[in-house]
Design a protein. Structure first.
Length: 86
């Protein structure tokens, strides 16, 4: 079975984003999922404005396997449950 993927959408200077990223790094080791962090403003500067347009007012946003899972804070119990249920 392929590993699950969690993507954190963030922006520079977002202290809440930094806290959620720290939580996710810890959980990635424990629960065995791949974690990436994407700065929506940096992506927009490169020409891809879609993430900032869709999620920019709700950061941080946690995506699980490409689908929105939570925003503004990490819903850890739900993430654990969703990862366990595959």
């Amino acid at each position: 079975m392929p590993r699950r993927h969690v993507q954190l959408l963030t922006r520079a200077g977002c202290t809440i984003c930094d806290g959620v990223h720290a939580q996710l790094k810890h959980l990635a080791d424990e629960l065995g999922f791949d974690l990436t962090k994407t700065d929506v403003d940096a992506e927009a500067a490169k020409g891809d404005t879609a993430l900032r347009a869709e999620f920019g007012d709700r950061l941080p946003v946690v995506l699980l396997d490409g689908r929105e899972h939570s925003y503004w804070e990490l819903d850890e119990p739900r993430l654990r449950r969703d990862l366990a249920n595959g």
